[in-house]
Ligand binder design. Structure first.
Ligand SMILES: Cc1cc2nc3c(=O)[nH]c(=O)nc-3n(C[C@H](O)[C@H](O)[C@H](O)COP(=O)(O)OP(=O)(O)OC[C@H]3O[C@@H](n4cnc5c(N)ncnc54)[C@H](O)[C@@H]3O)c2cc1C
Length: 299
């Protein structure tokens, strides 16, 4: 019964009252402005977690908007430094102008990498859908030539990913490994969870052996168990990786377990006025969606 309710709710999320989504959003989104977001980061730091911060939104439609977001990220780097927070920044290429052309994207990206360098901080270039993979990797490689304060993301569901990683010959290679969230065709991507997980482990094994730095981003407990075995088997130094999760996703004791093992854990903290679409996405992924919505509807 609860499964049927879940699927009904998943298919009608856009009809949910905004007030319900907002209640839920509080768990996954760190408010709408810098102050609320940095307060969340501060409290995560106090509890032993590192953070990465992201202004919600993507696909800006003109250069002014792209510049505005870039400036906002520059301010955030400054505020993180002023407040001595353990927090870097994650950006979406299309949020700083990728759709407006490679030139706009690259010039904004350079400003951000420079600011990260200035504060001895770090910029992560998130990976969007497959139409952006080539340009994102190209931009990352270009930044890598002069900077070590930048990294990107690779998606285990793409067939191409292991080759992409092998093709970057750089001992400063630093990437987040995730499964991939966009809907991609079966010509270019693995479709079923079991095989995505197998590819995830294959890529991770390669990265550990090549001594890359990896942000291991997953909430999948079965996969985490296999990752722990791999770390043991290869005797990987904790200085070569960190675990990453999205703010608010329950991890059944695994965050504490990571910390007990002295493994670094970084929480991805999104914030901003564009919280609605992001919250709908998280809501759809939550297996307890029906119970959650019903509880809040009748409160
Ligand atoms: C830090 C971080 C950064 C990411 N960056 C990118 C990126 O740049 N590009 C990209 O394409 N993708 C990114 N992703 C998303 C990623 O690709 C996956 O789509 C997403 O993490 C779900 O995959 P999973 O590994 O958690 O495993 P899944 O098998 O999808 O999920 C594992 C378990 O977690 C549960 N779960 C997942 N989400 C929730 C939730 N919201 N609430 C409750 N339970 C939940 C599932 O129900 C399931 O039981 C990122 C993910 C993380 C954690």
């Amino acid at each position: 019964m609860i499964n049927i309710l879940n699927s009904i709710i998943i298919n009608t999320t856009t009809l949910l009252p905004k007030s319900i989504v907002q209640l839920f959003a509080g768990k996954y989104v760190a408010g709408e402005n810098h102050k609320t977001a940095l307060n969340v980061v501060k409290s995560l730091n106090e509890n032993g977690f590192s953070a990465t911060i992201d202004i919600l939104g993507e696909h800006v439609v003109n250069e002014n908007e792209a510049e505005k977001i870039t400036t906002e990220y520059i301010d955030l780097f400054d505020e993180i430094a002023e407040n001595k927070l353990d927090c870097n920044i994650s950006i979406k290429p299309s949020h700083i102008g990728l759709d407006l052309g490679e030139g706009v994207f690259l010039s904004n990206l350079k400003l951000l990498v420079k600011r990260a360098e200035y504060h001895d901080n770090f910029l992560r270039i998130d990976m969007e859908s497959s139409s952006a993979t080539d340009i994102t990797i190209k931009a990352y490689r270009e930044m890598l030539q002069t900077s070590t304060t930048v990294g990107t993301v690779f998606q285990a569901y793409l067939f191409r990913t292991l080759d992409d990683i092998k093709n970057i010959q750089n001992d400063q290679l630093n990437f987040r490994l995730c499964k991939g969230i966009y809907k991609e065709s079966e010509d270019i991507s693995i479709q079923d969870r079991k095989h995505i997980n197998e590819n995830y482990l294959k890529i991770l094994r390669y990265a550990f052996t090549a001594e890359n730095y990896v942000g291991i981003a997953t909430h999948d407990i079965d996969l985490l168990k296999e990752i722990y075995s791999l770390i043991d088997e290869l005797n990987v130094s904790p200085s070569r990786f960190e675990f990453q999760i999205l703010y608010g996703v329950p991890m059944s004791g695994w965050l504490e377990k990571h910390l007990e093992n002295k493994f670094k854990v970084r929480i991805y903290v999104p914030f901003g006025p564009d919280w609605y679409e992001y919250s709908i996405r998280r809501l759809k992924e939550n297996p307890n969606i029906a119970a959650y919505v019903i509880k809040n509807l009748f409160r």
